[in-house]
Design a binder for this molecule. Structure first.
Ligand code: PLP
Length: 396
């Protein structure tokens, strides 16, 4: 491969296409797929140069010292405006390595707002076994952060927009309150994607993603990434290495391929979601629409400040019980019933039957997960077709 091209233009679209990539020596347009698990050296000195950090060569794929993986990491770091990135076998792998690297027994985490179920389980049920305890605040309780943060709080963690109610957490305000007590801020930017939101620019220390979602964008890969300063990522790198959480080179290649079209996809998803949220807001059988782009949505003012687009995720409350809502979901023809999000195809879930099925009725009520709640992930179909599908399903 030739040397990595230095991007002249710094726009996000340009970085998505060219960032981190190197031309193949045979003229291939992008960094090729190096599937190899290990790499050969011409001399002992050459291997020592890599092992001792004097040269950037390839060594062993589980370490991440593989050209395909490194090129994808450089691209992802550039998109989020971070110094470096580490890719993982899944979003959960990225989160778990982050928590393990930044916390020790006796340390404390604050988690604000609803987070992905796996994250919640890790924080609530598994990390306490290692002596790492988490205080959970609802999104609307974010202002209580200074009361619950302690000298042992290492991480303040949140997603914004949140799942499934699309609450908006004020990134800059949370950063200010956290930094005042020496805690690091980790933002899961999966829902917004770097096209719509750049938490590192607002002072966050780390961004994590389930790359399975918008970054991958086609519902055909599973991966994760953590992005931030070299210094913070160094400790996380070691956990990734020894827990064996590396993303496969094929997946890294596929991920870089997908990221090249990320801005085009996300901007169309933003536009379609805004149109669909507007349609739902006028519908007589819809009691509430949760979409940060709607002026009446409680988080709209903060979203306008910290987001460049409002994303492709919408939730709404149907005026009916669990069975009537399930019937609406079942009548949809273009939306597929599936738990994931961020792909080219539109998906639908009823959180009480899937993502939040395991919660007690009291906990669901506390978190605003009602029976009529439906979550939509807007894909790349024609917005008019998606609206027509919703119209027929709601009419029943
Ligand atoms: N973060 C968010 C916001 C998610 O929605 C998910 C999965 O749905 C994850 C993290 C975990 O990602 P993965 O399934 O790639 O491990």
């Amino acid at each position: 491969m030739q040397d990595q091209k230095t991007p002249v233009h710094q726009g996000l679209d340009t970085l998505c296409v060219h960032g981190g990539d190197a031309l193949d020596v045979r003229g291939g347009m992008h960094t090729p797929l190096y599937n190899h698990s290990t790499f050969g050296f011409p001399s002992t000195q050459a291997v020592l140069d890599v092992v001792e950090g004097r040269a950037e060569g390839s060594l062993y794929t589980r370490y991440g010292l593989n050209p395909t993986i490194r090129a994808t990491e450089k691209k992802l770091a550039l998109l989020e405006g971070g110094e470096a990135a580490l890719v993982f076998s899944s979003g959960m792998a990225a989160e778990a390595a982050t928590f393990l690297a930044l916390c020790r027994s006796g340390d404390h985490i604050v988690c604000i707002g609803d987070v992905y179920g796996g994250t919640h389980e890790l924080l609530q049920s598994q990390l306490p076994g290692l002596g790492i305890h988490t205080t959970f605040l609802l999104g609307k309780e974010a202002g209580r952060l200074p009361e619950v943060i302690t000298d042992r709080t290492r991480i303040v963690y949140f997603e914004t927009p949140t799942n499934p109610n699309m609450e908006i957490i004020d990134i800059a305000a949370t950063v200010a309150a956290s930094k005042a007590r020496g805690a690091r801020v980790v933002v899961d930017n999966t829902f917004a994607s770097p096209v719509n939101q750049l938490p590192l620019q607002l002072g966050a220390d780390l961004v994590v993603h389930s790359a399975t979602k918008y970054l991958g964008g086609h519902s055909d890969l599973t991966g994760g990434v953590a992005i931030g300063s070299q210094a913070l990522l160094a400790a996380i790198w070691n956990w990734r290495k020894n827990l064996g959480q590396m993303m496969a080179p094929e997946v890294a290649y596929l991920l870089a391929r997908s990221v090249r079209s990320l801005p085009v996809r996300v901007r169309q998803q933003n536009a379609s979601a805004l149109a669909i949220a507007g349609f739902l807001a006028q519908h007589p059988r819809v009691k509430q629409v949760n979409y940060p782009g709607l002026p009446a949505f409680p988080g709209h003012a903060i979203a306008r400040r910290q987001m460049r687009g409002f994303g492709g995720m919408i939730s709404f409350v149907f005026d009916g019980d669990a069975a009537a809502t399930a019937a609406v979901v079942d009548r949809l023809e273009l939306f597929t019933i599936a738990a994931s999000l961020g792909g080219v195809e539109s998906l639908v879930t009823q959180p009480v039957t899937t993502t939040h099925h395991g919660l007690t009725p009291e906990e669901r009520a506390r978190r605003g997960i009602v029976e009529g709640l439906v979550r939509l992930s807007i894909g790349l179909e024609d917005a008019d077709d998606l609206i027509a599908d919703l119209k027929q399903a709601l009419r029943g």
